[in-house]
Design a protein around this ligand. Structure first.
Ligand code: ATP
Ligand code: MG
Ligand code: MG
Length: 350
């Protein structure tokens, strides 16, 4: 059978591997770390650094298609893999989404709304940008940020110097603070043939920059729901995308504002495991393997809750609840702020 190569070995890689296995594929992960969530369930594990060009070539040799579970894959590694086996989603999606500035420019050029933003290459440009954008605002590193890391809030202009020193010299952008009523996300998929399918948008609550819950259905009008799905299709088509993508949106009276896009399966799509007959992980495997996309219609109301750090203490109790499905990532060490698992609570079934 065919082998799916996955760059990265975290919980997303783990759940992708399980989905691939159910469709009869084997998986081979490439992950420098040893005891990682995906390694427990994958058939093969290249435990090599991303700088090891020989290992990358052997990995490409061993697989039929290459996908990934995180967007910060070094460009040099992609250069080695390029042309050896298909990389899905393609490199354009990675190029655009690896850098918040490139991503915002791309979205703006598509005619989509984003927070007002400005490139901040140095201290002087921050003063000028704050004059235009105004406070409150958020300074974010252009690259490598996740779970709210690499961000500093500027409540008033006098916070500017402290925020800048939080970036430790990394290239940054300034974003105007969006006065949203709530946050939603769309998990979209596009097949090799260009077919597009989107899951129903979910409503997200963050705490301390980390996703806490996703609730289905989201509080959206029919028009907002249509808009969310259509703009996701626009993004997928513009990138000639193959695979699943997460699109984070702010809901405002002025319409939907795109926060960011993630070129991979997404934490806010975990509810699909209990809400649909084909979940986001199977949908992604179908897409990258060249299968037709599955039917992702939602047949239940679901609340997904992340188990972060000490939330693990609640597992024995949660496991007794007949409406709760428990998903644990097999991480050896519990740490504050670390995503250890999640639960899907089915609230109502069609
Ligand atoms: P992720 O883990 O989702 O990749 P991240 O580190 O990339 O997170 P963002 O999505 O940029 O972080 O921001 C995290 C959260 O902070 C957002 O979901 C939102 O709640 C808040 N936030 C970010 N940018 C803005 C903004 N411009 N205006 C208002 N709130 C914001
Ligand atoms: Mg992000
Ligand atoms: Mg985000």
């Amino acid at each position: 059978g065919a082998v799916i190569g996955i760059l990265g070995g975290g919980q997303l890689g783990r759940m992708l591997s399980v989905a691939a296995s159910r469709l009869g594929f084997k998986t081979c992960i490439y992950e420098p770390g040893g005891d990682c969530p995906a390694s427990h369930v994958s058939n093969y594990h290249f435990q090599k650094p991303y700088e090891d060009e020989d290992a990358l070539r052997q990995f490409a040799e061993a697989v039929d298609v290459i996908t990934y579970e995180f967007e910060n894959i070094p460009t040099s590694a992609l250069d080695v893999l390029d042309g050896l086996k298909p990389i899905r989603p393609g490199r354009e999606a990675l190029r655009v989404s690896q850098d918040r500035l490139t991503e915002k420019d791309f979205l703006t050029n598509l005619g989509l709304k984003t927070a007002p933003y400005a490139d901040i290459p140095d201290a002087a440009s921050l003063k000028a940008a704050l004059d235009t954008i105004g406070a409150p605002a958020i300074l974010k590193t252009r690259r490598f940020g996740y779970d709210g890391k690499g961000q500093a809030r500027i409540m008033q202009t006098s916070d500017a110097d402290a925020a800048l020193s939080d970036m430790s010299g990394a290239p940054a952008i300034l974003e105007g603070f969006v006065d949203f009523s709530h946050e939603v996300s769309v998990i979209g998929a596009r097949g090799v043939d260009g077919q597009v399918a989107c899951f129903d948008p979910g409503e997200n609550v963050h705490q301390g920059g980390i996703l806490r819950t996703t609730t289905l259905p989201a509080n959206l009008s029919a028009a907002q729901r249509t808009d969310a799905v259509l703009l996701t299709g626009q993004i997928l088509n513009a990138l000639d995308y193959v695979g699943v993508m997460g699109v984070e949106l702010f809901v405002t009276p002025q319409g939907l504002i795109v926060n960011e896009i993630a070129p991979r399966v997404h934490n806010s799509g975990h509810w699909t495991q209990q809400g649909c007959s084909v979940d986001q992980f199977e949908q992604h495997i179908r897409a990258v393997a060249g299968w037709p996309l599955g039917d992702g219609s939602r047949y239940a109301d679901v609340v997904m809750e992340n188990l972060i750090g000490d939330d693990m203490d609640r597992v024995p109790e949660l496991a007794q609840d007949p409406n709760v499905s428990v998903h644990l990532y097999g991480k050896a060490e519990v740490k504050a702020g670390r995503k250890m698992g999640h639960v899907n609570r089915v609230v109502r079934r069609d």
